[in-house]
Design a protein around this ligand. Sequence first.
Ligand code: RIB
Ligand code: CA
Length: 307
Amino acid sequence: MDKRKIIIDCDPGHDDIMAILTALANDDRLEILGFTTVAGNQTLPKVTNNLLKVEEYLGLDIPVYPGEAHPLIRYGQPQPAAHGESGMDGPILPEPVRKPEELGAVEFYRQILEREEKVTVVALAPLTNLAILLARYGSLAERIEQIVLMGGALNGGNINKCAEFNIWHDPEAAKIVFDSGIPIVMAPLEVCYAGGIMLKEVERFNNDAPVSRLVYELLDFYCEYARKRNWESTAIFDLIPIVYLLAPELFESRQGRIEIIREGEDTQGQTVFTEGDGPHTVLVDTERRRCIDVFFRAIRQLDRRYS
Ligand code: RIB
Ligand code: CA
């Protein structure tokens, strides 16, 4: 089977790392051409450093291209309540020796898209890098086979009344990307909640295998938000696009068009979906147990690989 070539655009972020680990475990199906980072959950230097720390912990050698440090026209608004001051609080990992690439994210996209026929972008963060790519090199849009992204909400937001964080953080960028005509698969909040992890399931990672240990320390911090609210489960948001790429049959979806609302205290970043003809697929539901099993299997696989 041909491997699908992907670029992961991210702001690690606990859930970004869960997505990345799941992709790495499935390297017979997904080939990660590179990581691009963007300001989102925390500042660009912090999220880039977080990814490099994890790379170093695992001994990975996948290039990390730093992208945009700010949304297109707004101020960045990091979210320490969810991910801590570092953007990836929990595990104590050494400072990485490894450095990010000197080439920026947008130029990396240009180079790859000029030479590869088909690339899928997995976007797990605000869409600033992709918007700049499309504004600068619009003719390369047709080289992007698909964008599979975590973002958006159908029935209420997690950052204001209507919007999900990644879209809200840079709605101007999201509008450029959603209006580009590129086929987009959107995993909104609702499908991420449907495919969430039970808090008691996190205990399965409380062991000494190297990847489980990392996952446990990350999820233990990440779940604090849910524990404080007495939730029994929590979404590992960014995991869902990767699970979709590996097992699309687990998802119920709708086809149509998404409009991005840019203004309004309650509506900045709202994703308004109209079913019908259109380039956008919205994942609306999944079977929780089978969905989270893809993640559990991936971590078992990595534990075997790294033990
Ligand atoms: O709303 C969830 C998104 O915001 C995820 O991408 C998560 O990593 C946070 O940045
Ligand atoms: Ca993210």
